[in-house]
Design a protein around this ligand. Structure first.
Ligand code: PLP
Length: 381
């Protein structure tokens, strides 16, 4: 059955078509196009940082960010367990070892006390913090201070949190470096893409170096001696021009996208407030979330939660399961640091609901209908 309400849909119009057409007419499709540069500058401004580098995915952005921070074989990187697999895979791509720690059971962000324990007992190269579903990580300022105290660079994975704010400051501008994803299901999307952002020129230069084959002289005029001199192992990660054009169009309309996403998120919260058997993800004090995805935690056994999810799908609502806690997966189990219980609890009880910008239409009529259906289905189980 086709879904009446999709989980997330891209917000595209004439602007993307026009910019992509201009790129096709220019005839330059590879990395380094003028639209991509404008996209990067506009994105940096949107986050409130000095530099942004557009790459081909959020995973590539995380990998590039860690290369810029000098993460390499033998190093350790702390990663939360409740997140996308890219967080662990990108660490392994650098040759470093992930230290996967449990999260706060209510906000789903990295647990401050466990991080403190790890930082004071192990030598850590980088801490990767994730703002899950667009809600700023709980105790994030304390986490940032703790990293500073231990002299460990902070990498923010803001892939789900474009436009979120904590105490007046944009998410993605706290860390030494931050990574964003702009694949189409995220707050803004170009198909597949990502960005590395930072205020630190040295990190930016290194990110660009590693993302463009580690060939520092490739841009120079003299073609004979320099172009193919590689000074390290590099990646070919830079974003193609056509996608940079879509990115610029998306950033230009971001205020409107954010306004609609926030309207949808806030309406879900109002309508689900005090519904018995439902808990919502906790918003940390001082946060203004972008509400990338909205979810409910059900006070039911795991099998029943799955049945409820299947019933919602049957009624035309596209749901998504929780992240499988990374430290509990066979591929990554050996990197788990102590208990992964909170990640597992979230996994067993959570359902992600449609969160598309389209749901803001007609005064949130779609959200109202989804909430009624969820309430009715809950009564049957
Ligand atoms: C989506 C996502 C990624 C990966 O981004 P891709 O563009 O899919 O490679 C990484 N981290 C988090 C938290 C994400 O949500």
């Amino acid at each position: 059955m086709p879904f009446k309400y999709h989980l997330n849909e891209p917000h595209l119009d004439e602007k993307e078509i026009e910019y992509v057409t201009q790129v096709l007419k220019m005839g330059w499709l590879s990395a380094g196009g003028s639209f991509t540069k404008r996209f990067e500058d506009a994105f940096a401004e949107m986050v409130g940082v000095k530099h942004a580098l557009a790459v081909q995915s959020g995973t590539a952005a995380l990998h590039t960010a860690m290369l810029a921070l000098g993460v390499k074989t033998g190093d350790k990187v702390v990663v939360p367990n409740y997140t996308c697999g890219a967080c662990v895979s990108s660490v392994l791509q650098t040759g470093a070892t992930p230290v996967i720690i449990d999260v706060d059971p209510h906000n789903f962000g990295m647990d401050l006390a466990i991080l403190e324990e790890v930082l004071s007992t192990q030598k850590i190269k980088t801490v990767m913090v994730v703002h899950v579903y667009g809600l700023p990580c709980k105790n994030f300022e304390q986490i940032a201070q703790l990293c500073q105290k231990h002299n460990v660079p902070l990498l923010e994975d803001a892939s789900e949190a474009h436009g979120s704010v904590l105490n007046g400051k944009k998410i993605g501008s706290f860390g030494d470096v931050a990574a964003f994803s702009v694949r189409s299901e995220k707050m803004i999307g170009v198909g597949e893409g990502g960005l590395v952002v930072t205020n630190n020129k040295e990190y930016y230069d290194k990110a660009k170096f590693y993302a463009s084959r580690a060939a520092p002289h490739r841009g120079e005029k003299d073609p004979w001696h320099h172009k193919y001199i590689y000074t390290d192992v590099g990646m070919n990660y830079l974003l193609p021009h056509t996608l940079g054009a879509i990115g610029l169009a998306q950033v230009e309309k971001f205020p409107e996208i954010l306004r609609r996403k926030q309207m949808v998120g806030e309406l879900y919260r109002t309508l689900f407030k005090d519904v018995p058997g439902i808990k919502l993800q906790e918003i940390a004090p001082g946060s203004e979330p972008c509400y990338w995805l909205n979810c409910v935690m059900l006070n039911k056994p795991e099998e029943v939660v799955r049945k409820i999810g299947n019933e919602l799908m049957k009624q035309g609502i596209e749901i998504r399961p929780a992240f499988w806690p990374l430290g509990d997966l066979n591929a990554f189990k050996s990197y788990a640091y102590k208990s992964q219980e909170n990640g597992k609890k979230i996994f067993q009880s959570l359902i992600v609901l449609p969160s598309s910008v389209k749901l803001a239409e007609n005064n949130g009529q779609g959200v109202r209908e989804i909430v009624e259906i969820v309430k009715n289905v809950l009564k049957q189980y």
